[in-house]
Design a protein around this ligand. Structure first.
Ligand code: DX5
Ligand code: ZN
Length: 220
């Protein structure tokens, strides 16, 4: 991972005040965020229900930043079309562990001209995704068990980030490594060092007294 490329900071709206969604999205946009991370949960793939396409669309109306949709749902193939039609959606990430043909889902997202992301849970070895290398633009490595914000960072995921960075170099691939869950200034630095490019941060940004300062510190 060339050190000179700055980290991409993607605040997760799961941690925002949904009663003021528009203001919250505007606030982190003005505070210097690069992407807006949208955590879609179906209560089946993960034991929590968050929001669907209408909220992603509403959020998109208050920012010009790329929307980074993270589908923590079963049968993502049935819903990617809906999310890709939302103005501002730049990437759609689905889970390897969900009940779909992950390769077909990735190819469909790419065919629509969007960045295709593949996410793996902490318990899933990187090896299980090896047939799919080359078919995704983003590898989203979960650094918490998906389903809830505000969980502690799982340090043992650092070796998985390093492994993904090594494979990327060995295969000469250009996918971004995105990390998600428990990312704050300290853990972002560890992930960056291990090869991560995109930092998803919910709690650390939305609960910060000074969001611009937090985003700058996450990027440092
Ligand atoms: C968890 C989500 C994460 C989460 C991050 O399933 O995928 O994006 O919202 O939240 P924090 O940054 O609070 O750990
Ligand atoms: Zn997420």
């Amino acid at each position: 991972m060339p050190a000179q490329r700055p980290s991409i900071i993607a605040p997760s709206i799961l941690a925002c005040d949904f009663g003021r969604l528009g203001d919250e999205v505007k606030s982190v946009t003005e505070a210097g965020a690069d992407w807006i991370h949208c955590d879609v949960m179906d209560g089946d793939f993960v034991p929590n229900i968050s929001f669907g396409e209408p909220i992603v669309k509403a959020a998109g109306g208050h920012t010009g930043l790329p929307l980074d949709v993270h589908l923590m749902i079963q049968r993502p193939d049935r819903y990617i079309g809906q999310f890709m039609s939302v103005p501002g959606v730049a990437s759609v990430t689905s889970h390897l562990e969900a009940n779909h043909d992950a390769g077909v889902t990735l190819d469909t997202v790419r065919a629509a001209g969007k960045k295709a992301g593949l996410s793996i849970k902490p318990g899933t070895p990187l090896d299980q995704a090896k047939e799919l290398f080359g078919r995704f633009d983003i590898l989203l490595i979960m650094t918490v068990e998906p389903g809830f914000g505000g969980q502690p960072f799982m340090n043992d995921m650092l070796s998985k980030i390093r492994e993904a960075d090594r494979i990327r170099t060995d295969l000469g691939l250009g996918f971004l490594i995105e990390v998600d869950g428990g990312i704050d200034v300290e853990t972002a630095a560890l992930c960056r060092e291990a090869g991560a490019d995109v930092m998803v941060a919910g709690t650390s940004v939305f609960k910060a007294a000074d969001r611009a300062a937090e985003i700058s510190a996450l990027r440092a």
